[in-house]
Design a protein around this ligand. Sequence first.
Ligand code: APR
Length: 277
Amino acid sequence: MDDRLGELLAEGLAGDGPVVVMTGAGISAESGIPTFRGEEGYWTVGSANYHPMEMATYEAYRRMPEEVWRWYLYRRSVCRRAAPNDAHRALVHLEEALQDRFLLITQNVDGLHRRAGSSAARTFEIHGNIDVMRCERDGSRHLIPEAIGEAWGPSSPFTDEARSLLSGCCPGGALARPHVLWFDETYDEENFRFHSSIDAAVGAALLIVIGTSGSTNLPMQVGAIVARRGSPMIVINRDPSPFSEMAERSAAGYFCHGPAGEHLPPIVARLTGADRS
Ligand code: APR
């Protein structure tokens, strides 16, 4: 390991606050889940092609709820068929070692961190979870019933049975919505841990940012707070990003340019002491 990276990790461990890890779609790319801003994402409704940025909106859901559900059930099937990878597992080891000094902020709705073994209490899913639906009337959250299955393809029709399974939890049998944060919505504490994430950034002894393009608001705020405070900040990304620029501008920053599966395990081994045992 590069000496400078080793020093920053040691400085982070010696600090007072939590070790905060913030992940994006790049950490799940090695599990075969397409990243959001890749080429694969278009969705066809009749003769129209919709970009994910148009589908993932409350406006689209209001206009065509069944189409938006079909898209989410298809993406949910892709996520359910994928398995956690070495980078997800490395973060589970880090949590086991650090316990309450560990905190994971993830933008991913794929649930792979939780399936790998990261705890619910220390994982903030700041964009929601594709396995969960939410009642618009009372705000309650429920797992999408298993009976809906994992075989949804791009042309699967939205059936009466699906409608009834997605309506079982709401007063009056109303259709629940996907529990995800859409582009025309804002973060809050109750659903998306907004204030808790900001507090974590303010107190962080070390921030590790993995696989995110820096296109969303709260993660950029978290990065900016840590950089401004001069706390150690390690960025692992396949491509340069606003976070890698932040790290390169900061005296306590370090950019690991490459895939998460390659760069994260040695960092975790250093933080847990496993590389010295
Ligand atoms: N290892 C590390 N980084 C990777 C890897 C990999 N194996 N593969 C891809 N990347 C990087 C890409 O270079 C890119 O910078 O991961 C980043 C993925 O960027 P996005 O697809 O934009 O995903 P993300 O940053 O998580 O998107 C943020 O925006 O679309 C919304 O709500 C959605 O949560 C999502 C949010």
